[in-house]
Design a protein around this ligand. Structure first.
Ligand SMILES: [Zn+2]
Length: 326
């Protein structure tokens, strides 16, 4: 793979295959990322596509390179690694493990639960859970563009069964707001989801304003909670379900379909054991995967996740344990 990088030169990392900057199969993944140095070099390309910029002093001089992936800024002399100030910072888990987790999360059709990841990678449950939670925070950043065109919005009730299928404490259903782009006659575009305390206008309207483009047509049922949308400048189309005589899956096919996929994913991949304090994290993962379901390569989705991970600020242990403050 050419000459090893000498001090001061950019790390070369894995060879680009005809400009394709992501592994296209598990076999290629294994070849590309045999050790921490290969992972660091890849992250460097994602973080600084136009060359190193010091996160401390913003100078763009090529850094000095030390052992174990450490970089030293020529100007401010700060010592760092490529993961400094990101969700991958200060982790005792090797980068190769982080990469493998990212690969499985993005390439398995339905993702992977912490339990399955624990077994697959041979790490502790705590490590698997922490990686998943941090990646879910990175996934949020990838979903900033607002939905447009025709957008259905509705509430769904999710959860209600805790560990072992026994209803008990925390068995209350959670209200999840779902917005889906609908593309006639039968297609769907992107989705956005939010776990909210209730289905009042105070929950609904800010959600729509945040995730739906002002020029969109918003379709809802007749619920009064949506009354504020017109005042916010949206073209609002209501279908009063009882008046139309159609069941909800006919008048709102998008949200109905997405809600049932979401529930199936929580029950199947995660055995229904999703605590209310972590529900938003799961919603972010579902959204990230759903919005990339037609991506031409899973490897591309893998690269996208790492790209976001290296651009996302640190997550505290408290966030990982008690739920992220969304
Ligand atoms: Zn510097």
């Amino acid at each position: 793979m050419g000459v090893a990088p000498s001090p001061g030169e950019a790390a070369t990392g894995p060879a680009l295959v005809a400009g394709v900057d992501y592994p296209r199969s598990y076999r290629e993944f294994v070849e590309w990322f045999p050790d921490a140095a290969a992972c660091s070099a890849y992250l460097e390309r994602l973080r600084w596509p136009d060359g190193f910029v010091c996160p401390a002093c913003r100078s763009a001089a090529a850094p000095w390179r030390q052992t174990r992936g450490r970089l030293v800024c020529r100007l401010c002399r700060r010592q760092m690694t490529v993961t400094v100030g990101t969700i991958l910072d200060k982790t005792r888990t090797p980068l190769t493990t982080w990469f493998e987790a990212a690969w499985h999360v993005t390439t398995a059709k339905n993702g992977m639960s912490a339990k399955t990841l624990e077994r697959t990678l041979g790490v502790s449950y705590r490590v698997a859970w922490t990686m998943l939670q941090r990646y879910r925070v990175a996934m949020v950043r990838a979903e900033r563009e607002r939905l447009s065109g025709d957008v259905e919005v509705d509430e769904a009730l999710v959860g209600g069964v805790e560990h072992g299928g026994k209803p008990g404490r925390g068995s209350q259903k959670c209200v999840v707001l779902i917005a889906v782009e609908v593309k006639p006659p039968k297609g769907f575009g992107r989705v956005r989801m939010r776990h909210v305390p209730d289905a009042s206008g105070a929950s609904l309207v800010p959600f729509v304003c945040e995730v739906v483009d002002a020029g969109a047509v918003v379709r809802t049922d007749g619920w009064a909670g949506y009354n504020g949308l017109v005042r916010r400048g949206y073209a609002h189309q209501r279908t009063v379900v009882s008046a139309s005589g159609d069941p909800a899956h006919v008048s709102m096919p998008g949200v109905h379909r997405v809600a049932s996929l979401l529930k199936r994913w929580i029950l199947g991949t995660h055995q229904g054991s999703v605590g209310a304090e972590h529900l938003q994290s799961y919603l972010e993962e579902f959204t990230f995967r759903f919005n990339r379901r037609t991506s031409r390569s899973r490897g591309l989705v893998f690269r996208r996740l790492l790209e976001q991970a290296i651009a996302t600020g640190p997550v505290t242990e408290a966030d990982v344990t008690h739920g992220y403050a969304w």
